[in-house]
Ligand binder design. Structure first.
Ligand SMILES: NC(=O)c1ccc[n+]([C@@H]2O[C@H](COP(=O)([O-])OP(=O)(O)OC[C@H]3O[C@@H](n4cnc5c(N)ncnc54)[C@H](OP(=O)(O)O)[C@@H]3O)[C@@H](O)[C@H]2O)c1
Length: 261
């Protein structure tokens, strides 16, 4: 069989829910580079997974779905509602479309500390595990890009802050590559966590990111109050020794960040 014919035979059509996001766009690029056929699901592309608008058309002929959706709120109720609704809507549409593999991206250690966003991810994992679509769940550590997300989102009033946290961040590109490879294979259940090559301080990451984009100003290190903040600081949210480790360090990633214009 020629290389081209071989590729045609093994190429899969994979919908990436959140395919324009920090990790989702890397999964899309990785699928394309491997000769697969990605389909992007996002509101910007006219498909709303929360309202189930446009899902059936998006999943036509799709073999596997990667769920890399996220919601920009830290409100527990809203997060749980978002991940429940989007997961239920995706799984139901997948069943109608005959999708054979649901790949969910989750976060390392979400059951170890009480936090609204993590509660949403726990609810998502439970629905996937209880569902009828064969599944794989990959938990990843915080992305290097988390420094940028925290710089943009962590504020007390108008003041930007850097939350204290021990983390072992991983390149979103490497997580995207892992998701693409998983989606092209069969359902595997829970696979080993994916983390970065070394532990970092989130405070240092956010401050270094701010410097890299040319931002000035005071970025105070802030301990998040309560049991979740304690877990962030005491290492409870770090990956176990069984995690697969990525290659790119935070500083290598940061070297590619350009000053904002
Ligand atoms: N960030 C991290 O450090 C990290 C670490 C480990 C795991 N994760 C997990 O990775 C996943 C993705 O996170 P991310 O940081 O890449 O997210 P992100 O950059 O905020 O991207 C979110 C994506 O979801 C889409 N989206 C949001 N609401 C939608 C809706 N109702 N219907 C369709 N699409 C919708 C967005 O596109 P539109 O706005 O156009 O709809 C976008 O493509 C999350 O589940 C998160 O828990 C994140």
């Amino acid at each position: 069989m020629s290389d081209h014919a071989e590729q045609e035979r093994t190429a899969v059509r994979v919908a990436v829910a959140g395919g324009t996001g920090a990790v989702g766009h890397h999964a899309v690029a990785s699928l394309r580079a491997a000769g697969h056929e990605p389909v992007v699901i996002s509101r910007g592309r006219g498909v709303d997974a929360r309202r189930a608008a446009g899902l059936d058309a998006a999943l036509e002929g799709v073999d596997a779905v990667i769920d890399a959706l996220s919601v920009e709120t830290l409100d527990g109720g809203e997060t749980v509602e978002f991940f429940r609704a989007t997961t239920q809507n995706l799984l139901a549409a997948e069943a109608r479309a005959g999708v054979q593999h649901h790949v969910a991206l989750s976060i390392v250690a979400i059951e170890r500390a009480p936090f609204g966003y993590y509660a949403g991810k726990v609810a998502q994992e439970q629905l996937v595990e209880a569902g009828d679509i064969p599944w794989t769940i990959l938990r990843a550590a915080q992305f290097h890009e988390f420094a940028a997300q925290m710089y943009d989102r962590a504020k007390i009033g108008p003041l930007r802050v850097a939350p204290r946290m021990r983390t072992q961040p991983v390149a979103a590109r490497e997580v995207g590559d892992a998701l693409a490879a998983i989606a092209a294979g069969g359902a595997a259940g829970r696979v080993p966590d994916l983390a970065g090559p070394r532990e970092e301080s989130l405070v240092r990451m956010v401050r270094a990111y701010a410097r890299a984009i040319g931002a000035r100003g005071w970025l105070p290190a802030v301990p998040v109050p309560g049991p979740f903040g304690r877990a962030q600081r005491d290492g409870s949210l770090l990956p176990d020794a069984s995690a697969t480790l990525g290659r790119q360090t935070f500083d290598q990633w940061l070297a590619g960040v350009r000053p904002a214009r």
